[in-house]
Design a protein around this ligand. Structure first.
Ligand code: PXP
Length: 249
């Protein structure tokens, strides 16, 4: 059964739209946990467009589930992670001009430099996950860095229309199986919604889904605690849709 990591960046987005103090992602994380979040995920971006250093510091003290810090593979972020000691770091690509994270990390193109960072963080007892597309070469490169986890990018699946979504789902099934054979633990996320999450939650070997935008969007109508509760039901008990729910082959 997959668990649910709730990404609360969008709560900070609303606060930063006015550069004020509300809504506070730190107190909202507590509501997400009360709704059943198994973990809280935040992305501290280089440009600090949503989550701020203060948020990460306070979340480290208040989160009672698990704190997953998403960050770029930079010296600045490494120093912050080593000081704050989140329960997990997820390394993601970052470009200033993007609206949200686009594409996975090119681990295959830079595994020596990433491996050094992975080893530094893991030596400090911070397990590292690498956010990658579900490609065999990327997964092998992830393994070569020594990282414990991968997070498979579900963006292409989420953006696909009905005609190509089965292929994208098949790539995620295969990517999960390959990663597991390599001894990697597998998370997934990006673009998942109440409508498309169940086939991903049903992938054998999938451990955790990181979901943000759709939960924060629903929380405007029903409150964050309820929105998390609704998602948790889908993640834990996905219906095996005959089109998407079966493992291919
Ligand atoms: N996983 C990673 C690595 C991400 O960068 C994001 C977006 O910040 C998410 C999951 C959550 O994506 P969404 O907000 O589309 O659910």
């Amino acid at each position: 059964m997959a668990s649910l990591g709730v990404n609360i960046d969008h709560i900070a987005n609303i606060r930063e739209a006015r550069r004020t103090v509300e809504p506070d992602p730190v107190s909202m994380a507590l509501l997400a946990e009360l709704g059943g979040a198994d973990g809280i995920t935040v992305h501290l971006r280089e440009d600090r467009r949503h989550i701020q250093d203060r948020d990460v510091e306070l979340l480290r003290q208040t989160v009672r589930s698990r704190l997953n810090l998403e960050m770029a593979a930079t010296d600045e972020m490494a120093a912050i992670a080593l000081r704050i000691k989140p329960d997990m770091v997820t390394l993601v690509p970052e470009r200033r001009e993007e609206v949200t994270t686009e594409g996975g990390l090119d681990v295959a193109g830079q595994d020596a430099s990433l491996a050094a960072l992975v080893q530094t963080l893991q030596a400090a007892k911070i397990p590292v996950s690498l956010f990658v597309d579900p490609e065999p070469t990327q997964l092998q490169a992830c393994k070569n860095t020594g990282a414990c986890w991968v997070e498979l990018h579900t963006g292409r699946y989420a953006d696909a229309d009905w005609s190509t979504q089965p292929q994208e789902l098949a790539r995620l099934h295969e990517g999960t199986a390959i990663a597991r054979q390599l001894g990697l633990r597998v998370n997934a996320g990006h673009g998942l919604t109440y409508q498309n999450v169940e086939p991903i939650a049903a992938i054998p070997g999938m451990e955790e889904l990181n979901i943000g935008h759709t939960i924060v969007a629903r929380s405007v109508a029903v409150g964050l605690q309820q929105a998390v509760r609704d998602m948790k039901v889908l993640v834990q008990n996905p219906r095996l849709d005959p089109l998407f729910g079966q493992a291919p082959g």
